[in-house]
Design a protein around this ligand. Structure first.
Ligand SMILES: [Fe+2]
Length: 231
């Protein structure tokens, strides 16, 4: 569905229920061409492309895919898109290395990208694609090379699995780190001007009040976890 001008949000079927088969939310940004954030799984891809077409988007216009991190519920479909539409796949340098190390942990049930798949390695900083001026932010905690993506003009932040509506992401997994999680969430909270946050799972956070309330909920959770020795 179209969320706002130039921003399309395709929510994952499971929402915030992490007990079953996982697939991430997907975001499509429309500039001169299309940029996709986290295409999700191969299994969900046909449905995703159908939903894009129903919204008047032509998947053949896909120019770039940005991966918030390398977990298969976010990344698995990206090589298929690269092959079919010739789009570039952006991932952070740290996360690309982590992908190689974490195959056995995360990809047992998923298709691991073959050696023929080319990733564009990126770092924190500005990234201009399809005429959109984006800013990549290094936000480890859930995964070592995790990226959040800011589109300042749209006042939009995309956080991957760093946090969700009402709860922080998993940090007690391979590659996760509770100290980094805390620092990354605090860094994003202190960044002004964001009015919409789209996370890797769960519903959209669509106004400034919701953004502020969500950070309050996240820090209440962090404080409780720290008090309980869980973080
Ligand atoms: Fe994840």
């Amino acid at each position: 569905m179209q969320l706002t001008a130039g921003v399309y949000f395709y929510s994952s079927p499971g929402g915030l229920d992490f007990s079953g088969e996982l697939c991430s939310n997907t975001i499509v940004l429309k500039g001169e061409k299309l940029t996709m954030v986290d295409p999700g799984t191969i299994q969900r891809l046909p449905e995703l492309l159908e939903r894009m077409v129903a919204d008047g988007l032509d998947p053949a216009d896909l120019e770039s895919v940005i991966l918030t991190h390398s977990h298969p519920d976010h990344l698995e479909a990206s090589p298929v898109l690269a092959e079919r539409f010739g789009c570039r796949l952006y991932i952070s340098r740290v996360e690309r290395e982590f992908l190689s190390q974490s195959a056995a942990v995360f990809y047992a049930q998923h298709q691991f990208p073959g050696p023929e798949v080319v990733f564009e390695l990126c770092e924190e900083g500005p990234l201009v694609i399809s005429g959109l001026e984006l800013k990549l932010l290094s936000t480890p905690g859930h995964s070592p090379g995790g990226l959040s993506i800011l589109w300042p003009l749209g006042k939009l932040l995309m956080t991957g699995d760093l946090f969700f509506p009402g709860t922080i992401g998993a940090f007690n997994i391979f590659g996760g780190n509770s100290g980094d999680m805390y620092k990354s969430v605090a860094r994003l909270r202190d960044m002004g001007g964001v009015e919409k946050v789209l996370c890797g799972h769960g519903p959209a956070i669509i106004d400034r009040d919701m953004v502020i309330q969500n950070y309050r909920a996240l820090f209440a959770e962090i404080a409780a976890k720290k008090a309980g020795g869980l973080m």
